[in-house]
Design a protein around this ligand. Structure first.
Ligand SMILES: Nc1nc2c(ncn2[C@@H]2O[C@H](COP(=O)(O)OP(=O)(O)O)[C@@H](O)[C@H]2O)c(=O)[nH]1
Ligand SMILES: [Mg+2]
Length: 344
């Protein structure tokens, strides 16, 4: 078997990381050596620790730093992992990038086959398609497989068919699969298809603008931060979950979320929670239990109506209030920027 590379395209919050997590677990079961490369908005890699729980070698490339260009960092990360880890599969999530084929082209230098998967958020498809039609179409046009995700949240078969029909018109050559990263419905077939595909990408966009992404297209702002929380006394995971929920709901109350996410990691495990719509409620992708003395908290808020400073001040005010209620001390962790493999 050669080395397979898979690029996950798709709008912010459509479920790319969740799908990668599920696939990495499946590949691990099959004994496939897997590496994951995620490219994050902001200076903090939020999902790395969450993804690392699959056992796959995980690398984060963070953006929002002037020393970075995605292409350069992707090259150096891939070259490092190819020689140090020699994986059979490399799963890449370039956060909301407009031209996945550019990423596939770079990836192709280190793999024998590359495949682009367009991830569609079934819940928000109509809204995103209405508001960012060109962006959505551009991404889907480059996909060999279109994964219509979050089918667990859609009750009507007709609605899913309509989404499929629109994506089919955008790209008649793409294979359409219905999946749920949450309930794993349709997942078996999805993984089977991924492993069966052996496609060398031919069409690539030369000199495409890597600055165009979900954030710029939606004219959104982002705020990210990494904190260290130390509780005065052992605190139930239930309350830590409550804190996370409170923060997400509070900021949502003021803003218009495209994707908010919070990852809490501690000795008990990793908790990830997120929200992708103003009308939505926080969803929990992984959980922790037991008693907690201290934890690391990484947050990323991508919002369409609040400027960065406003998100920052709302977050800071609220965490201060919560620290009084739930009795914890907060330290802001220094920003790291070493493009390194994720370590806990
Ligand atoms: N209901 C449902 N929610 C999902 C599914 N996949 C992802 N989500 C939620 O969508 C949000 C964004 O997921 P994430 O994987 O972080 O999206 P990404 O930005 O594309 O990487 C999270 O809050 C997930 O809980 C799914 O299949 N069903
Ligand atoms: Mg993600």
């Amino acid at each position: 078997m050669g080395r397979n590379g898979i690029v996950f395209a798709g709008f912010l919050g459509s479920g790319k990381t969740s799908l990668i997590l599920g696939i990495a677990k499946e590949l691990a079961k099959r004994g496939v050596r897997t590496a994951i490369v995620v490219n994050e908005i902001g200076e903090i890699g939020v999902d790395g620790e969450f993804l690392k729980t699959t056992g796959a070698q995980t690398y984060e490339i963070t953006e929002g730093c002037i020393c970075c260009t995605l292409k350069k960092d992707l090259e150096s990360t891939l070259s490092e992992l190819a020689s140090n880890y020699n994986p059979d599969a490399i799963l890449v999530e370039p956060t909301g990038i407009a031209f996945p084929s550019v990423v596939a082209k770079v990836l192709g230098k280190y793999t024998s086959s590359t495949l682009i998967i367009g991830v569609v958020d079934a819940v928000r498809f109509a809204k995103l398609y209405r508001e960012m039609r060109e962006f959505v179409e551009r991404q889907l046009r480059e996909a060999k497989i279109t994964a219509i995700n979050k089918i667990d949240a859609i009750r009507s078969k007709a609605e899913l068919e309509t989404i499929a029909e629109i994506t089919r018109q955008i790209n008649p050559n793409s294979k359409i699969l219905f999946v749920s990263a949450k309930t794993k419905e349709g997942f078996e077939e999805f993984v089977r298809e991924l492993l069966a595909e052996e496609i060398k990408e031919e069409e690539t966009v030369e000199d495409a603008d890597l600055e165009i992404n979900s954030i710029t297209e939606a004219r959104a702002s982002w705020f990210s931060k990494e904190l260290y929380l130390k509780f005065e006394r052992p605190t139930s995971a239930f309350f830590v979950k409550k804190i996370v929920e409170e923060i997400l709901n509070r900021i949502k109350g003021f803003g218009d979320p495209l994707h908010y996410k919070i990852v809490v990691s501690c000795r008990n495990g990793v908790l990830k929670a997120g929200i992708t719509e103003k009308t939505g409620v926080p969803s929990f992708d992984s959980d922790i239990s037991g008693w907690i003395n201290e934890c690391k908290m990484k947050v990323l808020f991508v919002d369409r109506s609040l400027p960065q400073e406003k998100i920052g001040s709302l977050f800071e005010d609220h965490i201060f209030e919560l620290s009084n209620t739930f009795k914890f001390k907060v330290d802001v962790l220094a920003k790291k920027h070493d493009h390194a493999e994720v370590r806990t």
